[in-house]
Design a protein around this ligand. Structure first.
Ligand code: ATP
Length: 536
């Protein structure tokens, strides 16, 4: 599948629109249209149901060290600024960027690649934002232009090595920027904090500065004690939250994959330090399976354990659940979710203050006067186990998923083309979205074959019977073949058609989106039939 086809379908059928499109759009912001909002709601609801409300705390799920409890939370987007100082985001949540003095464009330092080439007694580094084959072609085109060569003289370019990251380059004077015509226009990298700033209250000064949260997790940590004190949860337990997060990404790209406003689905799972490695493993596998169960194919989905060097300074283990998005070069994967073993870092930070690593341990970071650089809340965030009489700081396992990246992966995976007879019975290309029934925005469509002979009346009756239970679509316009195709294109699993036979024997046809098989059921059995098939 070409990404352009999916992007066009998403716009045409109302899954995704560019934000503020009538004003030219705003880079990194996306709106979900009438069908997109249903898809995303279904993803969120599947997650909430599978992780929280549907979780049975009396059972020990396969792979779990013991039974556990789950609760939910909905915290604010803007929080006390100290939250971000103690969590480390204020000092550390940055990417490196480079500017181009010629094109005035800005790039994320680690996203620019390039390759060395020699020609006409000069050796330069030709940079590009593209990867894989596209990156090779782009750098070749640029080098030809730079050295003023025709395509037929491409052999005069002597390439030295494959595409490598700009981060490997020490001397920027020989770099030809991705959008530059002259050498040495790329600036040295500098830090750029990704948190959006705002001010609370009428006075706009340093003291009123607040931030839009870049993750929902911190809202959970600062409510850990509230949840403990207001419920009867006992360790091990998890607090789940779904909500908007904001990151002022330097280069939003790849459709909704990297946006500046997005939605996260996060769990902070609190457990005893001695069992935390088993819980980490459990969540890693549990979350990976969740995507598989909802239809992401095994060969495009992978669970990747981070190398030691990749781990953040507090993490004892992290794994990413990744998907081979079609906009990435072959063999490359993009992150859908990170599952991290965070130890006691977060609860300690919010008690003691911002922590830094010192040898093997984490200590409070001090300022020039030897005082904590960012003071914690001082509140006791330990847990007392009244059975063992032990007091300890729980360890945390964090499965952190993005609802928008999940929606994009499910869309990419669902996109299918085949050949099926059109309304005139001739074979024609068919586009259909093969969503898992739980995720499909519309579960069933109801059609009268023709708009007469009492067929619309029966179809409307069936529609009304289904409507209280699921999202159903009624359509009586145009040829029935065309109506089927419109539903296939948005991933509706079943179409119900009232035809001439219905008026004689009270049966209707039900058609399956994927197999195109049709069968007859009694009109009053439609609801039961669809519910059963959606569950299957
Ligand atoms: P990346 O390396 O791709 O920037 P990350 O490692 O910074 O991601 P986390 O901080 O682990 O991401 O965030 C958890 C999840 O939130 C990600 O797995 C992803 O699904 C989602 N997410 C993070 N940043 C974005 C974004 N800019 N747009 C959409 N989703 C995002």
């Amino acid at each position: 599948m070409e990404m352009e086809q999916l992007v066009a379908l998403c716009k045409r059928r109302g899954f995704l629109f560019q934000s503020s499109e009538i004003y030219g759009g705003l880079n990194g912001f996306w709106d979900y249209g009438p069908l997109g909002v249903e898809l995303k709601r279904n993803i969120r609801e599947a997650w909430w149901r599978d992780m929280v409300t549907g979780h049975n705390e009396l059972d020990v799920p396969a792979g779990a060290p013991s039974a556990y409890e789950m609760t939910g939370l909905d915290s604010t987007i803007i929080m006390h600024p100290q939250v971000w100082k103690c969590s480390g985001h204020y000092d550390l949540f940055h990417d490196y960027l480079v500017d181009c003095r010629e094109s005035k464009r800005r790039y994320r330092y680690d996203q620019v690649q390039g390759r060395w080439v020699s020609c006409k007694e000069q050796r330069i580094f030709v940079a590009t934002e593209a990867g894989g084959q596209e990156g090779l072609e782009d750098t070749q085109q640029k080098a030809l232009k730079y050295f003023n060569l025709r395509a037929k003289h491409v052999d005069e370019l002597a390439w030295d090595g494959p595409l490598v990251s700009l981060t490997t380059i020490k001397d920027f004077s020989q770099v030809l920027g991705p959008d530059a015509k002259t050498l040495g226009t790329i600036t040295e990298p500098r830090e750029f904090n990704l948190m959006f700033e705002t001010h609370t209250g009428a006075i706009r000064d340093e003291s009123s500065k607040t931030f839009l949260r870049p993750e929902t997790a911190q809202g959970i940590f600062v409510n850990f004690k509230n949840v403990l004190d207001s419920t009867r949860v006992k360790i091990p337990f998890g607090i789940a939250q779904i909500g908007k997060s904001f990151r002022n990404e330097i280069t939003p790209r790849n459709f909704t994959f990297r946006s500046r406003e997005f939605e996260q689905m996060e769990i902070e799972f609190f457990c005893h330090p001695s069992t935390s490695p088993q819980w980490y493993k459990y969540w890693r596998d549990r979350r990976y399976r969740w995507y598989l169960d909802l239809g992401l194919a095994g060969d495009r989905l992978r669970l990747r354990d981070h190398e030691k060097a990749e781990l953040s300074h507090y993490s004892c283990g992290t794994a990413d659940i990744e998907y081979a998005f079609p906009f990435l070069p072959p063999g490359e994967f993009g992150e859908l979710e990170g599952v991290a073993h965070r130890g006691d870092f977060d609860l300690r930070s919010h008690t003691e203050g911002k922590l830094v690593r010192s040898g093997d341990s984490l200590v409070v970071e001090l300022d020039a006067e030897g005082k904590p650089k960012y003071r914690g809340s001082g509140k006791d965030l330990t847990y007392f186990d009244d059975q063992t009489r032990e007091r300890f700081i729980p360890h945390v396992i964090e499965p952190s998923a993005g609802a928008d990246r999940a929606a994009l992966a499910f869309l990419c995976e669902a996109y299918n083309e085949d050949e099926a007879p059109d309304e005139n019975g001739k074979p024609a290309k068919r586009v259909f979205l093969k969503f898992h029934p739980r995720l499909a925005p519309v579960k069933a469509a109801v059609f009268p074959l023709v708009k007469k002979d009492g067929m619309p009346e029966v179809a409307k009756e069936i529609y009304s019977a289904l409507k209280p239970h699921m999202n159903v679509f009624y359509d009586e316009k145009g040829a029935v073949g065309r109506r089927y195709r419109r539903q296939d294109e948005v991933g509706t699993p079943f179409c119900i058609t009232v035809d001439g036979q219905t008026l004689q024997d009270g049966t209707v046809t039900v058609r399956d989106r994927d197999t195109l098989k049709q069968w007859r059921v009694k009109k009053e059995d439609c609801l039961g039939e669809i519910i059963e098939r959606l569950r299957a």
